[in-house]
Ligand binder design. Sequence first.
Ligand code: ADP
Ligand code: MG
Length: 715
Amino acid sequence: MASYLDNDVKFLAGVGEARAKLLATELGVRTLGDLLHYFPFRYIDRAKVYGIKDVTEEVEDTYVQIRAQVLGKKIIGEGRGQRLSVTVRDRTGTTELVWFRGVKWIEKRLEPGREYVFFGRPHFFRGEFSMVHPEVEPVGGVSGEAQAGGLRDASRSDRPTASLQGVYHTTEKLTNLHLGTKGIYNLVCNMWPLVQGSIVETLPESLLTEQGLMGLKEALYNIHFPQSTALLKSAEYRLKFEELLGIQLDIQTKRTARINRDDGFVFPKVGEFFNRFWNEKLPFELTGAQKRVIKEIRADTVSGRQMNRLLQGDVGSGKTLVALMAMLLAADNGFQSCMMVPTEILARQHYASITKMVEGLGLRVGIITGASKSQERNLALEGAAEGYLDILIGTHALIEDRVQFANLGLVIIDEQHRFGVEQRAKLWTKNERPPHILVMTATPIPRTLAMTLYGDLEVSVIDELPPGRQPIRTYHKNDGDRLAVWGFMKREIAKGRQVYVVYPLIQESEKMDYKDLYDGFESISRDFPRPEYQVIAVHGKMRAEDKQQAMREFKDKQAQIMVATSVIEVGVDVPNATVMVIESAERFGLSQLHQLRGRVGRGGEQSYCVLMSGQKLSKEARQRLGAMVETNDGFELAEMDLRLRGAGDMAGTQQSGLAWELRIADLGRDQQIIEMTRQVASRILETDPMVTDPLLAALREKFTPRTPKDFSNIS
Ligand code: ADP
Ligand code: MG
């Protein structure tokens, strides 16, 4: 049914063609409905006015408003470099405001001696703050010029009013077209009177009453124009509830469907492969956690239902071995397995270690990657299709259509968060009956969340490291400490240990800049000269053979230092390496840092991680690095990561491998609502398992990931 909300946003006053295009590409806002659902990410109390001296570094990154008198103004520079500097004063102090754009226009409108309200984000330099491009409002209001992003006339009355002002995410390109946060707010103001009559309730009346939820129209009004803090809270709760309920309905119906199907392969036998491996090959005693998980997998694979299991285990907890034992079970029962990993290096490493571990058992293992030579590839393709291969290890190359299996019974995905939903799902369809699925990750999402949001997956946790591991010691250093760090590396190398030095890359795939890596490689080679030291470099753009060669040399201890980009982030296993130096550590996310750190501490020796950063760090970067120094616990770090990144970035749900896009719910902070909606959804499904209620059916539909129907059994 066509709705007024489907109208193109370009027809809205203050938009037009050019801005509409940018709104679509930058924010995904194409229709009035999109704009209506484009929520502020923060609010500021317009009644609160800061004294200039009270604006301290504590409030960095938040918006503040000050009320101050213009003392003086001057235009500095010419042409493109031109800027306007304005000095303002209130009762508590003075500060500088700066404009780089619209210089003449603003300059003309600021009268010395007059008082204005300035609103913006303070920046700090040596404890002093200034504001760049604050929004300006004359105190008491003036007539005239009310324009998106420019001076606002406070006396206009045809717009909605609010006690809290929403702050909207925007981008530099939009800001250049006068669609800064305030400009977007103005659009939302223009939109409201047009759309308010078209808002249709999405939750059943009975549910609203039972849960005491605010109606949709009132919630949308208050999310954009909060009439009070209490009403804002209710609005947020209602909108989050709706979103999380939709997800729960989706998850829980899928789970029921999967459990009710009884076409899972059965692996009744524990046979020759498994037993001989256990008795003759196992290089060490399994940890209690590993044994438990193997039992869980075994129970799944004899149940007659398809296994869909997530294995979470911190870096170095020994997931690979568990995966191998599951594959041995499959082979014992005449089924093939495949294992997909995110990088070439990791595929090679798994292939090498697995072939070595099963040597002499008669198990046939193949490998396929994008870089496979034709002989290797043909062997893999034919071996899989004809049933000759028991295990096929590979990268994304496994997904390709030409990879066919005679009898695929088990799919394992390592480092599953590195794959998209569709990529993962394509493997499920490599057999007519769905194979058992084991996805593994060392980037855990907090346990409570895993149980609820991955509701369609059974979750196993390896919460125990192999014995004899010593906790990695982590230090935060900066450039001034470099000599000391180099000295430390030399001492470790003298003990026969090896060292990684990792440099960040903004983007591993597109046009990129390896300058940091090359510079680093050069300076390290200079300070660690041959023949005493061997330094090698590895990065994503190297030819696959060269990469393999370098990895092999490092593993064989022919080099003591490996200089690398984060290609070594996942999975790389060289137990003799005991030092991980991470350059520009502030540029990595928390989970990535933890993954990188997990490359050391894999043997019995004390290992170290050194986080190098610049002196000046944002508050968040400081917290991140501080957290790394404080704890080695991946679960704790994951909790913190969720909290630090907050709602906005959780939409980048790739990190946790989730399939939904959340507009407002925050996986870190909204655990109570998640739990609440989980219960409500299961109650709904008890009485209405097919979800016949049209509103709830529509809600579920909205949160069903857009993947082909064959992929219906994924989360
Ligand atoms: P991850 O869970 O990060 O994938 P790996 O499977 O790579 O960890 O295992 C890390 C290291 O620990 C490997 O060198 C592996 O051989 C070793 N390992 C695994 N299980 C045990 C165990 N039970 N006892 C001792 N070492 C183990
Ligand atoms: Mg691993």
